[in-house]
Ligand binder design. Structure first.
Ligand SMILES: C[S@@+](CC[C@H](N)C(=O)[O-])C[C@H]1O[C@@H](n2cnc3c(N)ncnc32)[C@H](O)[C@@H]1O
Length: 225
């Protein structure tokens, strides 16, 4: 790059976010990674299994196909932002298809006492499992903060897709939609469109999009903006 040449906003964001992937082939590093893997395996037993059933994974595959068809582009050319990543199960499903994935999560204990996720592993362990899981994906970056705080730093960026699966209260889901729709050029989507288990999510999405949304077997929802 020539001195004084400006970086585009996405390149700048990518440089500023945490780098997670490792391509080391050094034997000592590999030993270290083996022991980290063993640690991550032990932690995993206490994690909430977000995508433990086949249909929960298939729903995301179908959502990805919907995005590609709707936008008429290969997913490898598209940028996705995920709000709420937990241990990275959905993050790597997206990273295997999309050109880049920005994962936003505060990894903070007790963020919502009524959410069963908070009753499982501590978020220090959850974040370590996320880091371990995504370390093989050079197209993932993470922002360790809330969606509200992240939005303030992302306003000069755009994403083709934003997937909302963070704090599931009505107020927060509504705010995430209203904020992030301003920086989406394609599809807005999210998880847990289920009036019984997640009435706040269902109410916010229904109020803002009515029946114009597409739903998927894992209770994901999506609509083109
Ligand atoms: C249901 S889990 C995400 C599951 C993940 N998308 C998957 O399918 O594997 C919800 C996540 O949202 C995160 N979260 C909680 N409050 C948040 C906020 N204000 N902004 C962003 N993420 C938040 C939690 O830390 C948690 O990891």
């Amino acid at each position: 790059m020539e001195k004084g040449e400006a970086l585009d906003s996405h390149t700048l964001l990518w440089k500023q976010c945490d780098v997670l992937h490792s391509s080391s082939t050094n034997a000592a590093d590999q030993d270290c990674q083996m022991s980290r893997f063993a640690t991550a395996e032990a932690v995993k037993n206490a994690l909430y299994p977000m995508r433990g059933e086949v249909f929960l994974i298939q729903g995301l595959h179908d959502l990805c196909a919907f995005v590609s068809q709707s936008l008429g582009k290969p997913l490898s050319e598209l940028k996705l932002c995920e709000i709420g990543s937990y241990s990275g199960e959905s993050t790597i499903i997206f990273a295997e298809r999309f050109g880049s994935v920005l994962a936003i999560d505060p990894w903070m204990d007790d963020y919502d006492p009524s959410d069963a996720t908070c009753q499982h592993a501590s978020f220090t362990e959850v974040e370590a499992a996320f880091d371990e899981r995504v370390s093989r994906y050079p197209n993932i970056r993470k922002l360790k903060t809330t969606s509200d705080a992240a939005f303030l730093t992302l306003q000069s960026n755009t994403f083709d897709v934003v997937y909302i699966d963070g704090l599931h209260t009505y107020e927060q889901v509504r705010r995430d939609i209203m904020n992030y729709r301003q920086i989406i050029t394609g599809v807005i989507a999210g998880h847990d469109f289920n009036p019984v288990d997640w009435p706040g999510v269902h109410r916010a999405v229904t109020e803002l999009f009515g029946d114009s949304i597409q739903t998927f077997m894992d209770t994901s929802w999506a609509t083109i903006l």
